[in-house]
Design a protein around this ligand. Structure first.
Ligand code: GLC
Ligand code: GLC
Length: 635
């Protein structure tokens, strides 16, 4: 221990000595930087020491990194420093009940960055405070995995605009109260990134940026335990390079995993991160966090070092871009998802379990698994938040824990098979129009693609799709966390069955649920007699009500047993009052007994309808009906 403490102390001294020697801070900016450096450098050094102490260059890389951070702070625009100061005072800003997220592809939704700018009035109409623009950096087309194969983190894809336009957009969004979210695709680069090109050409320094092997010995050894992520694209995790070597590619053949056991890779990527931060990005979506550390003899997912790396990136931000937040994208076992959520790691996280179980409850008309998840897996540390969504640009994977399901007498494997067949419309009575994604007959694994409206049966013609769309969103909007809308879903956009005609998209069914801007549907959004209008009006009401309901801030949830397997219940505690949410997932009217509600005063208010409700006789919910009730607990 003493040895580590000494090493950390020595490294801190060395880093500090390497900084600008004019030691006394010249102005407030420099003093702020020193203050944050004093607060966070020891932790960064500790993390570097644990990750990299066996590498001879670890302290040099760290020194270079901190120097870079100092330079990056010096270059950080004044308005971002002002924002840093505001958010330092109000560090819980993202927990507000007024937060509402939207996500879209720049090209598909708006043509280019100027097009996005032109949609700001609409974003205001909707009430957005958070906008995730899908990857917009340079990526070789058409095989870019929707921009997730980045060849330069410092250039905007020229088809979308320029870095100057991105900065201007960020500023304009900020002026409109909207935070900009972009991806930090740090697990891998495109095989056309400069580093990858140099590695391909045999440069030893850059070969050490990736996991490159001369033959199959190491790939075979790793693959014994590593899961296949995109088996349609290539089996295993390695792909063969033209010169016969093998390179690690978890996702597509052209996405090469970075080697974070090399401290130079960390330093280089931290530099790219700070560059993005200084363009005016508020939140980074940390892509594929589960995969960033590899260790022979393990599944190479969710390893402890992955957390140390995230903490180290986070410490770099606290020093040089203090208001930047991280959102974790870990679509894995719920125990593992929770591990990434920490103020010192990722302050935000997608909530893939809730997402998947909303669909599960919709298919089964039984809320048991969803209720169990809310009860035991929803509450997360103070000062962190879920990002709750009904669907994303990715597939729906059934990531519930088999052990949770087993407690309810559900066999995980069989249940996933049922859900897959239900959502691809092979189960009798299914209303859904999903399509399979990465169907792997060898392992039985399969996931689902489809837009919200198509999965809810809008094309099915048997009715009730609008009710299902609203029911699904009512959960994501009220359990606690930032609701995130896939833009276009608020007007009921359906699948794009022509997706395969677009260059490079044919073999990836996720494009079925990434349609182009549904202009005709948006045009009907104010006509309540259309499905578009009904969905839009219902969501707008939820958004408006949420934003004036303080009980819905933050994430804290109390469970509520409705004693009815068709009706989901949960409570959001406020100051004296609570919001009791009830949602009927069944196709029949369902009762919640007076006795079950007897812990509350009889007089409640239905806040979505704006009407008083008496709990004296219990409640009856129509099929697929949900209510948010303001109740007063009797203590
Ligand atoms: C993430 C993205 C997904 C992409 C993958 C590889 O999971 O959400 O779209 O294919 O990372 O970058
Ligand atoms: C994610 C997940 C995987 C998902 C994919 C994107 O990181 O781990 O399950 O399907 O990448 O599609």
């Amino acid at each position: 221990m003493v040895e580590i403490a000494d090493a950390v102390e020595a490294a801190c001294q060395r880093v500090l000595a390497g900084l600008d020697p004019g030691s006394e801070p010249a102005d407030k900016d420099a003093a702020d930087f020193r203050r944050r450096l004093d607060a966070h450098l020891p932790e960064l050094v500790r993390l570097f020491h644990s990750l990299y102490r066996t590498r001879a260059d670890w302290a040099d890389q760290l020194t270079a990194l901190v120097q870079h951070a100092a330079g990056s702070w010096a270059d950080r625009p004044a308005e971002l420093k002002a924002l840093d100061a505001v958010r330092e005072e109000n560090s819980g800003w993202f927990l507000s009940n007024e937060m509402l997220g939207g996500v879209c592809y720049v090209d598909r939704y708006a043509g280019n960055l100027d097009g996005v700018r032109a949609r700001i009035p609409y974003f205001n109409e909707l009430g957005l405070t958070y906008l995730h623009l899908m990857p917009l950096f340079l990526a070789p087309e058409p095989h870019s995995d929707g921009g997730y194969a980045v060849s330069s983190y410092r250039e905007v894809n020229p088809g979308l605009g320029t870095m100057e336009q991105l900065q201007a957009l960020a500023a304009e969004l900020r002026a409109n109260g909207i935070s900009l979210v972009v991806d930090f695709i740090f697990n891998h680069t495109s095989d056309e990134h400069e580093w990858a090109r140099k590695a391909s050409a045999g440069d030893p320094a850059y070969s050490d940026y990736y996991w490159l092997y001369p033959d199959r010995t190491m790939p075979d050894a790793f693959e014994e335990q590593v899961r296949e992520i995109f088996p349609d694209d290539h089996p295993g995790s390695f792909v063969r390079m033209p010169d016969g070597r093998w390179v690690w590619a978890t996702f597509h053949t052209f996405q090469w995993d970075l080697n974070y056991s090399n401290p130079e890779v960390f330093r280089a990527m931290a530099g790219e991160m700070l560059f993005l931060a200084n363009q005016g990005v508020d939140i980074l979506r940390m892509d594929a966090v589960a995969f960033i550390w590899k260790q022979l003899g393990t599944p190479c997912e969710n390893l402890p070092e992955a957390h140390l790396l995230l903490r180290a990136f986070n410490a770099v931000c606290r020093i040089a871009a203090p208001s930047l937040l991280f959102k974790s994208e870990a679509i894995v076992h719920p125990d593992e998802v929770a591990q990434y959520i920490d103020p010192a790691e990722c302050q935000l996280s997608y909530n893939p379990l809730q997402m998947a179980l909303i669909w599960e409850a919709m298919a089964t008309r039984d809320i048991s698994l969803l209720a169990q998840a809310l009860e035991r897996r929803h509450n997360i540390p103070e000062s962190t938040s879920w990002v709750n969504y009904v669907r994303s640009h990715d597939d729906i994977g059934w990531t519930f824990a088999d052990e949770d399901a087993a407690e309810l007498g559900i066999n995980g494997f069989d249940h996933r098979r049922f859900l897959n067949s239900f959502y691809v419309n092979r189960f009798p009575g299914s209303f859904a129009r999903g399509v399979p994604f990465q169907d792997n007959p060898r392992t039985g694994d399969c996931r689902i693609s489809g837009t919200t409206a198509s999965l809810c049966g809008l094309e099915d013609g048997t009715g009730h799709a609008v009710e299902r769309i609203l029911l699904a969103h009512s959960v994501a909007f009220s359990t606690g966390g930032i609701p995130l809308l896939y833009l276009g879903d608020e007007v009921g956009q359906v699948n794009d069955y022509d997706f395969a005609l677009e260059d490079g998209h044919g073999s990836d069914s996720r494009w079925v649920h990434r349609p182009h801007f549904p202009a005709a549907r948006y045009a009907r959004r104010h006509d309540a007699s259309t499905p578009e209008g009904a969905v839009f009006a219902g969501l707008r009401n939820m958004i408006a009500v949420r934003s004036r309901t303080p009980e819905l801030a933050g994430t804290r949830l109390l469970d509520f047993a409705t004693k009815n397997p068709g009706v989901l219940g949960y409570q959001r505690p406020g100051d004296g009052t609570r919001i009791l949410a009830l949602a009927n997932f069944s196709d029949l009217a369902q009762a919640v007994a007076a006795m079950t509600l007897s812990g509350f005063a009889v007089d409640a208010v239905d806040i979505l309808a704006g009407t008083p409700v008496s709990l004296a006789q219990g409640l009856v919910l129509e099929p697929r009906q949900f209510v948010w009730l303001r109740v007063t607990p009797l203590s």
